[in-house]
Ligand binder design. Sequence first.
Ligand SMILES: *Cc1c(COP(=O)(O)O)cnc(C)c1O
Length: 447
Amino acid sequence: MPATYNAAFRLMNNLDLLNRSRAAVWHPCTQMKHHETLPLVPIERGAGPWLYDFDGKRYLDAVSSWWVNLFGHCNPRINAALKDQLDTLEHVILAGFTQRPVVELSERLAQLSGLGHAFYGSDGASATEIALKMSFHYWRNRGRPGKTRFVSLANGYHGETVGALAVTDVAIFKNTYAPLLRAGVQVPTPDWRHAAPGESPRDFAVRRAADLRNHLKKHHHETAALILEPLVQGAAGMGMYHPEYLRLARAACDEFEVHLIADEIAVGFGRTGTFFAHEQAAIRPDFLCLSKGITGGYLPLSAVLTREGVYQAFYHDEMAKGFLHSHSYTGNALACRAALAVLDIFAEDQVIEANRAKTARFNELLTPLANHPRLANFRNSGMIWAFEVNNAPADFARRFFEEGLRREILLRPIGNTVYFMPPYVVGETEMAHLQAAVLDILNQFEK
Ligand SMILES: *Cc1c(COP(=O)(O)O)cnc(C)c1O
């Protein structure tokens, strides 16, 4: 039992675990040398929105463990579903075989999105790869092999594998690998932080959509798809934009026969206040990429859903016209079962409605932060809050993170942007704690 596993361990030196981790594990998105001075945080267990270390110290997981967790750690309902699945079927090859969780999940995602034919991968970046390849291959199967280019938004993020990185526009991830990447085109972002003084987010979105339309007008012959993050550009520092941009982007894609790929890897599953973010523009993309929250933060899984017309372009007697793409763990039964438990919670607890009420209460509660003179661009979309800290020192993100840990909160600023992306089970007490801690840290920085 895990209890024994950890009890024996607790007797050992914690430091030992950190050193062993530094020696044996190459941690993601990390300059490992920094861990000479910045200790790793050892986590023993999680419960609800809290993580606990081996000394019983706790941390509020205000970033949902990199935006994946929806209903807390060790959620009893997801746990029960997984335990049941574990004793039934853990995994089976999905080529030539099928199983109940993958079928049910695909049906339910289709009901929710109005798209279908779910194709599975194991993480967000692989969903991006799948959508890009499918779009290109669709045009080829339809006799338009010249449509090979992809357009994305400035500051967009779609994952870090070589294909996904080509449509990503975040310098720190991209610059080093530029010689490996196929050139993509970025059109200006509708993120309203870049609006002219006095320009409304909507007017700015309309202006930037005109830039997009101009680009597609010139380049549609060679363009397969536009890929974007609906409403919130996460890795750009929670850059938010008006839904009118999505509506106009959809119209421009229709006008010039270019696919629209909605990367809802971060914003899907209720994050922005609707089940999918693109619903707020009353549009439907041609491809929908999902991951992160799909399993409630339990297991790696991603899915790409598409239109019937796209599927039909691959449905053929000829093998090579099919989508010959695969990942070993495609449609993993355990991961799909976790995803089904997540969808059950959404339905049974009416999570979208409940979150709307929570968002309203939290917005009231966070007024002192919103009005803080040191902060700029306080913004909210569903269960995401973000703001910039003016005059932040160069090592702000790292120092803020360390100060957060001291105050029982886990926050990882992006540059001088602080954001909250808590699991949906977070309560008012915890949000109040979060705000008090952040105000305290900001005062600390002033000294
Ligand atoms: C996280 C993220 C990805 C990549 O997902 P991974 O699972 O980290 O590969 C792609 N797109 C968006 C919008 C993301 O936030």
